[in-house]
Design a protein around this ligand. Sequence first.
Ligand code: HEC
Ligand code: HEC
Ligand code: HEC
Length: 91
Amino acid sequence: MKKIIVLTAAALALTSGVVFAADTITLPAKNGNVTFNHKKHQEQLKDCKICHEKGPGKIEGFGKDMAHKTCKGCHADKGAGPTKCSECHKK
Ligand code: HEC
Ligand code: HEC
Ligand code: HEC
C-alpha cells in the first residue's frame, strides 16, 4: 500500500511538472565548501530566474565567477547575507 502511494506521488510530481531540489545544496570549493540554503532563498526571493536564467535545474557554467557576481553581489546590494570569504567558505 505504502509503495503505491509513493509511486503515485512521484507520478503526480512528474506529470504536474513540479521540480524538486534539496533544501540545502553543498557547493564544493577548494577553499571551503559553501552551504547554500536553496529553500530559504527560493522562499525569500521567489523569482527562480535570478539564478536560473534557463530554467530550474543544474546551472550551466556555475562556478566562482558567477557565484561571486550573483551571490555576493546581491548580498552587497541588499546589505543582507554574507560578503566575507569566511562567511561563505567554511573549512
Ligand atoms: C539565489 C539563487 C537561486 C534561486 C533564487 C533559485 N535557485 Fe535553484 N539552484 C541554485 C543553485 C546555486 C543550484 C545548484 C546549481 C548547480 O549545482 O549547478 C540550484 C539547483 C536547483 C535545482 C537542481 C537541484 C539538484 O539537486 O540538482 C533545481 C531543480 C532548482 N534549483 C530549482 C529552483 C526553483 C524551482 C527555483 C525558484 C522557485 C529556484 N531553484 C531558485 C540557486 C538558486
Ligand atoms: C537576489 C539576492 C540573493 C542572491 C542572488 C543570493 N542570495 Fe544569499 N542571501 C540573500 C539574503 C537577503 C540573505 C539574508 C537572509 C536572512 O538573513 O534572512 C542571504 C543569506 C545567505 C547566506 C547566510 C545563511 C542563510 O542561509 O541565511 C548564505 C550562506 C548565502 N546567502 C549564500 C548564497 C549563495 C551561495 C548564493 C548564490 C548561489 C546566494 N546566496 C545568492 C540574498 C541573495
Ligand atoms: C556569498 C558567498 C561567497 C562569498 C562571500 C565568497 N565566495 Fe568564493 N565562492 C562561492 C561559491 C558559491 C563558489 C562556487 C563553488 C562551486 O562552484 O561549487 C565560490 C568559489 C570560489 C573559489 C573557487 C574554488 C574552487 O574550488 O574552484 C575561490 C578560490 C573562492 N571562491 C574564493 C573566495 C574568496 C577569496 C572570497 C573573499 C574575497 C570569497 N570566495 C567570497 C561563494 C562565496
